[in-house]
Design a protein around this ligand. Sequence first.
Ligand code: CMC
Length: 431
Amino acid sequence: MSDTQKTATLTIGDQSYDLPVYSPTAGPDVIDIRKLYGTAGVFTYDPGFTSTAACESTITFIDGEEGVLLHRGYPISELAGKSHYLEVCYLLLYGELPTTAQLEDFETRVTRHTMVHEQMHNFFRGFRRDAHPMATLVGVVGAMSAFYHDSTDVNDPWQREVAAIRLIAKLPTIAAMAYKYSIGQPFVYPRNDLDYAANFLHMCFAVPAEEYHVDPILARAMDRIFTLHADHEQNASTSTVRLASSSGANPFACIAAGIACLWGPAHGGANQACLEMLKEIGTPDRIPEFIARAKDKNDPFRLMGFGHRVYKNFDPRATVMKQSADEVLELLGVENNPILATAKALEEAALADPYFAEKKLFPNVDFYSGIILEAMGFPTSMFTPIFALSRTVGWISQWKEQFSDPAHKIGRPRQLYKGETERSYVDIENR
Ligand code: CMC
């Protein structure tokens, strides 16, 4: 924890308490309230952690007002334009951009771990064919702890490293297997002569009956989707991974917890929900009806792919993703895709509406990623698994970081109790 000169003073009744204030390298100052309960006997209240920093981190920085996203200091637009996913993985995991030799070594290590234990094929076959691939992913990733015993000891730095590589390497294989299983096609083994993104497309779309050629433009777009989703600071799923890990749980169990959290439509499930919403809207003339519903306080409907807890100006990932969407749609000759036309019209209508401007609701990354994935031929149910496999490196980097933080301890939030105070049990005949 950084040294502090500043303090904040909290006054409760006639008592004052000085609290240390830390200045980060970027972002707002942070008040240390760790000793508050011990000295003042009060808790703080912050549902949704809107003002609470739960850890110290050096991985990712976001300035939501300015639309800034930095990984280890590097802007996401530069990484998406000049780098590629595995290099970004290295950066997130180890803190610096790799040299040529370091990158080669890292890519080899990841590539050598892309296959899954053959017994896992049987494990997959236990699922119903119509299971959502996210359900399969949560189960299979959790089950990795039953297959890879030699990398579950979190107190051994080498085992932590092996687990990190295994997760980054095997998630595309597992996600592709979940897809193949759901459509009744045979599993396609990884091909280590292909790069990370091309290999994933191959495992998803190749069949044994014929040659499958991965288009390099689509592989690049896939890689960009992975890169743009690689990490996002202390979001809900990352915080879930950190909280699960704080008890000493093994890395596979922690990542399975992160995947479960990501699934929700307010988080990673938004890309699927967004595309389903665009299909439901169908044509641009129905947009006013849906905008009116999104604004209606009595209607739970929200515009999926709009708004963000942190970004209150624009989502810098969305800017890059929008360019990618244009490229992919042009390549695939679907510029006149009705979903894209609806998406564009919806974007314009929402941006011009004072409700969305006042509440600072802009299209987020999921607004465009779903359009690209649909054009590539992925069913909507695969959108969130693709987010999960991309985010695995972020989760595992944050998970690894916890072990070097001296302030790290089991997570145990407090509560504002509003229930009954102590009362005596009443026998059933007297109730
Ligand atoms: N459509 C209509 N109104 C909205 C929307 C929306 N998409 N998002 C927020 N609002 C309104 C909300 O009703 C509230 O209004 P009021 O102040 O009158 O009560 C106000 O804006 C603030 O909303 P909030 O729920 O307090 O904001 P939050 O920071 O808790 O929620 C969010 C952020 C992303 C969960 C939310 O904007 C949302 O549900 N968006 C749609 C789902 C989505 O696209 N999620 C993907 C996020 S990006 C990918 C990721 O990081 O996982």
